[in-house]
Design a protein around this ligand. Structure first.
Ligand code: HSE
Length: 409
């Protein structure tokens, strides 16, 4: 018999315990191992909980028990999670985490620690909740040269944007509704300012391109400046605004990870991802394009991914080396600055008529792809050309109210 320890008995931790006991027989049959939840580490007591007898307050109890082979970390944050996880790995216990901040900030160190001690540090639940994305990237898609990824990585902002798109709600009202329904926190900044999606694109970028990408290396722009008028213009031009986390390998070998509101045209599957769902599109030279879709958060969806990792950890006899990356220090130029970004753009302007847009597009050397009286889309161009188009519009007395890139997929 082997014991599992759960660190943090909040929404995800309690989901891990619930789903484990619901499907214990199936999990044991799958792994060929008798398993039990041995400990639940939390600062709090849970007097009315069925598993109160497993609750402990000191990590040392878990570290000292040789029967604990597997640890589910769902405490959130870097401290003390980093210290606890590192000590568990050093003690020869594999860890599965849902903690995206921990992986995005300390993943390289924890992967090295796991390798040194012949155990695993798994984090399927850290990106896209229930969606299988981490393991497919380094197993099923391992034969591909993956060139880019783009996805809806945050359910709360996707819910807000859907309310703006479908129900003409203003951002503040849609956010208040998301808070009322429990999707957004009282302080919603991690979601609406893009920090949560940023951590997730760091993890995907690190895994696919092989070097650690830190959150402060990612150009991150959230939703706060997206207006109802922007969403409505996108809709009239045949698209929807989505918060897109993306990473692309550039021609010079550098990568460009970004989080920003983008317009997704209605012929893209991503434009149909609604509510709190997430989706990740991956481009590889063998598969062409593939998409992963599902619930990006929630108690049992996230627990499903954590337990999937633990089941894999039970079956592994050593560190799974394909799920790994190097520290970044060796290559400071690995991540390109936002100046290297190119994409089609949508401009929302004061009313002026499509003739003006067509003339200025021709003068700037871009194609006018679509136009309305109060805005237009131009073909893919670099930052300098996009700026020149904007300046020429200004010289014609047209006021630029917003500019949003368009995702090409
Ligand atoms: N707050 C996140 C979201 C869930 O709305 O997608 C966990 O990352």
């Amino acid at each position: 018999m082997k014991k599992i320890a759960v660190l943090g008995y909040g929404v995800v931790g309690s989901g891990v315990v619930e789903l484990f006991y619901r499907n214990q027989k199936k999990i044991e049959a799958n792994t060929g191992t008798k398993l039990e939840i041995g400990y639940i580490l939390d600062l709090r007591e849970f007097p009315d909980d069925s598993y109160q007898d497993r609750v402990v307050h000191d990590i040392q109890v878990i570290l000292d028990d040789p029967e604990v082979g597997y640890v589910a970390e769902s405490m959130g944050g870097v401290n003390p999670a980093f210290d606890f996880v590192r000590r568990c790995l050093e003690a020869g216990k594999s860890v599965a985490t849902s903690n995206k901040q921990l992986v995005a900030e300390k993943g390289d160190i924890l992967l090295q620690t796991a390798k040194a001690h012949h155990v695993n540090f798994f984090f399927e639940a850290s990106v896209g909740g229930a969606i299988p994305i981490i393991r497919p990237l380094h197993t099923c898609l391992a034969a591909n040269d993956i060139s880019s990824i783009a996805g809806i990585l945050n359910g709360t902002t996707n819910f807000i944007l859907e309310k703006m798109f479908c129900d003409n709600m203003r951002f503040a009202n849609a956010l208040a509704l998301a808070q009322k329904l429990g999707y957004a926190e009282k302080d919603p900044s991690a979601d609406v300012d893009g920090g949560d999606a940023c951590r997730k694109i760091c993890i995907l970028s690190s895994l696919v391109f092989g070097k650690h990408v830190y959150p402060d290396q990612v150009y991150t722009k959230g939703l706060r400046n997206v207006t109802l008028e922007d969403v409505q213009l996108a809709q009239r031009l045949g698209g929807a605004v989505k918060l897109i986390g993306a990473v692309k390998r550039l021609d010079d070998g550098r990568i460009l990870p970004t989080v920003m509101p983008m317009i997704v045209m209605e012929d893209s599957l991503l434009s149909h991802v609604n509510g709190v769902f997430n989706a990740v599109m991956v481009w590889g030279d063998g598969v062409d394009k593939t998409m992963f879709y599902g619930r990006g958060a929630g108690k049992l969806p996230t627990a499903s991914a954590v337990l999937g990792d633990l089941i894999d950890a039970v079956k592994q006899t050593d560190t799974d080396l394909s799920q790994s990356w190097e520290p970044a220090e060796a290559d400071a130029d690995f991540v390109a600055p936002i100046d290297a970004f190119s994409a089609p753009r949508c401009y929302r302007t004061s009313p002026c008529g499509s003739g003006v847009f067509a003339r200025i597009a021709a003068e700037t050397g871009v194609e006018l792809q679509n136009a309305a009286e109060d805005g237009c889309m131009i073909s893919c161009c670099d930052q300098k050309t996009a700026e020149a188009f904007k300046q020429k519009l200004g010289q014609e007395g047209v006021t630029i109210l917003s500019r949003i890139p368009v995702l090409v997929d």
